[in-house]
Structures are given as structure tokens and as C-alpha cells.
Design a protein around this ligand. Structure first.
Ligand SMILES: *Cc1c(COP(=O)(O)O)cnc(C)c1O
Length: 413
């Protein structure tokens, strides 16, 4: 009999979204009438249709594949040159950030990249993740065998947690001890927090001092309105020596179902061998893609490219403005209901403190029963998420306005 990867057995059983689904289902069965009013502000998926520019580009690409003259088979494993150069130019060089075309690696999304990157990193690294955080960072490390067992509060032995609390405005400072790998995510899911130039500079300084690698998740960069807030870790001097960046077309172009993202791996990022040599990671990442992937389908890469066209940019802007309009309404409504609300200004998530010291699951149940609104309990994102819940702005305007009306009727028991 084959041996299984026992690291998978360490994963927490009652994982967040299945438990949300279970409670919603139970509510449906007990209250079929109220369930008809149900509005989901839970899972962080987009709701609005794709930008026209992307649809038309993808249709044209499919037609090309249907003609002998323009047919294409396997593409380059790291992504087509047309997309890599567009990304490097428009997202980076146009903004005075030095990134070469071949430092861009096209993928089927950032969630996938969070796991894949562990292929090229050693198992002995001291890994830090924010708490609360997007669950994929921790789980990918558990699966790769980089942790011990799970504790009572859902945290894992062998992971260094960086508490993100109201006191530090949900932006952790670098610790005094040594770390090798640090996941950072700004704008943040779930807290909606953003990091300033100064805060990110302190992380870059820390990484250079400790020879650490920053894994910077910028999936929500398009939601930054404040011109003072960096949209890329590479806006920080020195980051080319110590950071890689994860980006996605999921939350700007609405590609959550289409699937396309990319990583930026500068050729100047080094990591060490057990015998003390310092080698660039770029060739390993290049090799990883060549061996384990054939990149993303041609029509999808054309669709992603189209998001950078003049029409594409305007349509993406309209999508973001739509979601951020919801965020403003929801944040204000939460505050009017007497709740303490964070985020939602440069991010599509509002992070709300539960009233009366309720646990986040108690608040989930209250919102479900009283308002028939599904939110995400903070405890599902980490121990420090206890006492908070997340409202997502990914919704139709109609639904967001209805949630605003219902929040006015929220009662304390
Ligand atoms: C949605 C999201 C992503 C993007 O994931 P994809 O796999 O590209 O769809 C990445 N990071 C965070 C924190 C997210 O919330």
C-alpha cells in the first residue's frame, strides 16, 4: 500500500468556509421563508460580469485557435511574451519600478502561487504569517511539512505568527528575532488594512538585515485609492534584493473563475544552500515552471492582456469603483449601527469588532438569524481574528443597500 502525505492529516478539520456553508444550510432547513431573504457578504468572490475588453479578446483568441494559420499549441511555460512584457511595462516600468519582462511568471492565480513557491524553498526555513491571514499561506506550509501539529486555537507549532491587532492598526512591525520567510498581504484580506511606505520600508530593512525573503501578496493593489500608499513592494528601495510579489487578475479584472495571475521574481533575490552558498532563486523558479507547468491557456492570457488596453483599464476602474462604493456604504452602515469598523477605504473588506464581547461565531449566528446576512467570522482567519468579523463589499449595489437597511435593525440580543 502506498504511503500518504501525513502532513495533510494535520490540517484543521473544521475549516472556515465549509463550516459557514454548514451553518447556512442548517438555517435554510429550519427557516425556509427567512432563507429566501439571505444575502451573502461572506466568501471573497467577485459578483459582477467580466470587462467587455477581456471577453472580446478571449473570443478572438478562441477563433485564432480554430484556424490552421493562427493555431497555437503549447506556449512558453512562464507565460507568453506579449503578456509578460505588458505586465512588466504597465504595472512596473511605467511607474518607475525596474522589473524585466523575464522576471514576470504568469500563472493560474495567486492562491496556487502561494503553494508552488514552496517548491523552491527549503523545509528548514523559519516561516512567519500574519494573524489573521488568508488561510492558504498557513495551509500550504502545513502540507509541505513545514509545521508541527495544530494547537487548540487553530495555530500551528513551528509557525511564527505576526499579530495584527487594533493596537498596531493591523500592520505588524518586524520582530526582534530572526525569520527566513515572511508572508505579507496589503491591502489585507481579511482586515482591509494597508501599509504605508514607512511600514513597508521597515520590513524591507529587516529582510535585508536578516537575509529574509518577503512574500508580498498584492492581490488587492487595484483597490488602493490613497496615492501615498505603495501598490507594490518594489516601490520600496532595496526590495529587489529581498522580495517577491504575488499578483492576480481575480480581484481587478474579475478573473476568479477565468484564472490568471503572476509572480514577480527579481533576478537579484538570493537564498542560501545548507553549505552556505548564496544563489539566485530566479533560475529555480524558471525551472519549476518549465518542469511542472505549461502555463495558462492562450485565450486567458489574451484576456488578461486586454485588461491593460485603454478600454480594459476603464472597465476595470468601473468594477473597482462599484465595489468600493459598496465598501463605503457598508462601512458607514456598520459604524451607524454602533459597531467599530476598520478597513474598507483602500480594500474591499470591512473588518468589524463584535459588540458585547461576542465570539465571532456568535456574531455570525446573530447576523444570520436577525438580518439573514452571511458574514465571515474572524476566528476562521487566525486566533487574532477572534472578536471580529469580515464584511465583503463584493456584491451587487442592490444587495449592499439592502444590507445597509438591515444593519439599522441589528439588536443586541
Ligand atoms: C483572492 C485572493 C488572492 C487571489 O487568488 P487567485 O488564486 O489569484 O484567485 C490572493 N490573495 C488573497 C489574500 C486573496 O484574497
Amino acid at each position: 500500500m502506498a504511503y500518504l502525505n501525513e502532513n495533510y492529516l494535520k490540517l484543521q478539520a473544521g475549516y472556515l468556509f465549509p463550516e459557514v456553508a454548514r451553518r447556512v444550510r442548517a438555517f435554510y432547513q429550519a427557516n425556509p421563508e427567512a432563507a429566501k431573504r439571505l444575502i451573502r457578504c461572506g466568501i471573497g468572490d467577485v459578483t459582477e460580469p467580466l470587462p467587455r475588453a477581456a471577453i472580446e479578446a478571449m473570443k478572438r483568441a478562441v477563433d485564432e485557435l480554430g484556424c490552421r494559420e493562427t493555431f497555437r499549441g503549447y506556449g512558453p511555460e512562464q507565460g507568453y511574451e506579449f503578456l509578460r512584457s505588458t505586465i512588466a511595462q504597465r504595472d512596473y516600468r511605467d511607474r518607475n519600478i525596474e522589473i524585466a519582462d523575464d522576471e514576470i511568471f504568469v500563472s493560474d492565480g495567486s492562491k496556487c502561487d502561494c503553494g508552488h513557491v514552496l517548491d523552491i524553498l527549503g523545509g528548514q526555513n523559519k516561516v512567519a504569517v500574519p494573524d489573521p491571514a488568508y488561510p492558504a499561506y498557513v495551509d500550504a506550509n502545513v502540507m509541505a511539512g513545514h509545521t508541527g501539529q495544530v494547537r487548540q486555537d487553530g495555530s500551528y507549532e513551528g509557525i511564527h505568527y505576526l499579530p495584527c491587532t487594533a493596537e498596531n492598526h493591523f500592520v505588524p512591525e518586524p520582530p526582534n528575532e530572526h525569520l527566513d520567510l515572511v508572508y505579507l498581504c496589503f491591502p489585507n484580506n481579511p482586515t482591509g488594512a494597508v501599509a504605508s511606505q514607512g511600514q513597508l520600508s521597515r520590513w524591507v530593512d529587516y529582510a535585508r538585515e536578516h537575509d529574509a525573503l518577503l512574500l508580498f501578496d498584492a492581490a488587492y493593489e487595484a483597490y488602493i485609492f490613497d496615492p501615498e500608499i505603495p501598490r507594490s513592494i518594489f516601490e520600496i528601495p532595496g526590495a529587489r534584493e529581498c522580495a517577491m510579489e504575488f499578483r492576480s487578475f481575480s480581484k481587478n479584472g474579475g478573473f476568479t473563475g477565468v484564472r490568471c495571475g503572476f509572480t514577480v521574481m527579481p533576478k537579484t533575490v538570493l537564498a542560501r544552500t545548507g553549505d552556505g552558498r548564496r544563489l539566485p532563486l530566479h533560475p529555480l523558479w524558471q525551472r519549476r515552471w518549465s518542469t511542472k507547468s505549461n502555463s495558462v491557456s492562450y485565450p486567458v492570457q489574451r484576456g488578461a492582456e486586454a485588461l491593460y488596453s485603454d478600454d480594459g483599464r476603464k472597465q476595470v476602474r468601473a468594477l473597482i469603483d462599484h465595489y468600493m462604493g459598496n465598501a463605503k456604504l457598508l462601512r458607514n452602515a456598520a459604524a451607524d449601527a454602533g459597531l467599530e469598523a476598520f478597513g474598507g477605504l483602500n480594500a474591499p473588506y470591512i473588518w468589524v469588532k463584535t459588540p458585547e464581547r461576542l465570539t465571532s461565531w456568535e456574531m455570525f449566528d446573530r447576523m444570520l438569524r436577525q438580518l439573514n446576512v452571511v458574514i465571515t467570522p474572524g476566528a476562521g482567519f487566525g486566533a487574532q481574528g477572534e472578536g471580529y468579523f469580515r464584511i465583503s463589499a463584493f456584491n451587487s449595489r442592490e444587495n449592499a443597500e439592502e444590507v445597509v437597511r438591515r444593519l439599522k435593525t441589528l439588536q443586541s440580543c
